[in-house]
Design a protein around this ligand. Sequence first.
Ligand code: SF4
Length: 529
Amino acid sequence: MSPVEPVERTYAVRTYGCQMNAHDSERLAGLLEGAGYSRAEDDAAKTGEADVVVLNTCAVRENADNRLYGNLGHLASVKARRPGMQIAVGGCLAQKDRDVIVAKAPWVDVVFGTHNTHALPALLERSRVQAEAQVEVLEELEVFPSTLPQARESAASAWVSISVGCNNTCTFCIVPALRGKEKDRRPGDVLAEVEALVADGVVEVTLLGQNVNSYGTGVGGFGDALDDAARGRGNSAFADLLRAVGRVDGIERVRFTSPHPAMFTDDVITAMAETPTVMPQLHMPLQSGSDRVLRAMRRSYRSEKFLGILDRVRAQIPDAAISTDIIVGFPGETEDDFAETLRVVEASRFASAFTFQYSQRPGTPAATMPDQLPKAVVQERYERLIALQERIGESEAALQVGRTVEVLVGEAKGKKDGASQRLSGRARDNRLVHVGLPDGVDDADRPRPGDVITVEVTQSAPHHLVADVPAGQALRVRRTRGGDAYDRRQLASCGVPAQGSPGQGVGAGGGAGGRSVGLGMPTLRTPVA
Ligand code: SF4
């Protein structure tokens, strides 16, 4: 009698919110794969057609709870016709609402918080054996998330957490309440992870933290510099880490997000400028251009300090593309305050901006502040800000036409890539570039996700660049270990190597297309260029 084949259970993870959450989702996927689950079809996270569906939630976005319960309502009907299906809810909203979730949606099997992601497989198993919901939300981090296994979205690009939590108290932000005080990883652990990633074919890493430039000062902070020359320069731990990561043999692109203007020091700018593998790109959250509003937000820099940072970055890194986060309509914001924001945005020449309309988030100090603004006022200001940033983004992008850029081809498809036969990827400064290949390129010569194409920019738009390679011109492709890693993955999943698969998009490390997110104020929206 032949043994009965065990039935493989599938999983899908649906992610809301910031890059930190997206990276957590890679860990959840890695944990589930380590426990024997396999990834369900690509759209299963939306349709719910998997044996385990995990919703990794965000509490920062407006109406996050309405959206969660709406999605759980849909999953209830899927579960009714899929015996044995399990639903787990994790992330910031789970940390905040814990028991409320099971009370409102009793068909949920597991609720876990931001401090115990590692427990997910065990909680799913316990829920199945005991046939009852498991709610486990811890107040303190038990295991530093980066020590957990992960199933990366991209073969060539990876996120690396250097810290979790935040010691600031911005009055609009729920992160400190949900993610706790800042905890830093030791530099040796970060470097070991980067080296392991590079050995696995990764060519691009993005260092992640809520406030990367306070690295080294958090709970368990080590305060030690990475080299002797750095001692005595104050908190140079992040600058030193950047240099050390940039020196890892085989790494090609290093990015980081997000810094905080209050603590951003010149040694980081110098480290960026002096380390060839650190990319000329900076996400610097402004939030408001009004000093009065910044004070009310409890953000301790002022607009002139912010502009001074940008000047010094551009003095050392002239081609740096700078992006930002801005909140419109913070409680008490006057027309004069808003005019200050417009002034600073005009002066800053951002390549792109994540713009938000302020909305009350229960549990934050700003939610109970007086002078909450009417929606119509906020909307009107928001539209003016968008119009300004569109104009700036467009003129900044136009300066790129005629320049030669190196594009790291990504894995996600661009919206029009299929129709236009273009590939998509990120330039060194993180701009999205759609590359049109000349007709008749041999399959063997096509760049794979993870390879680098050198092209001249032929057109610009506020949110992307186009680089169409003229017919007859040789394609300048550099095949990288990242492309090799992509091929290995394809083969391992019984697919075929990438040659002949046009229309690949943007790698995870630089912020996936349409998924690029600022940690200062997480979002799922595409930034306004
Ligand atoms: S906005 Fe950023 S710096 Fe401020 S409290 Fe939130 S995570 Fe910390």
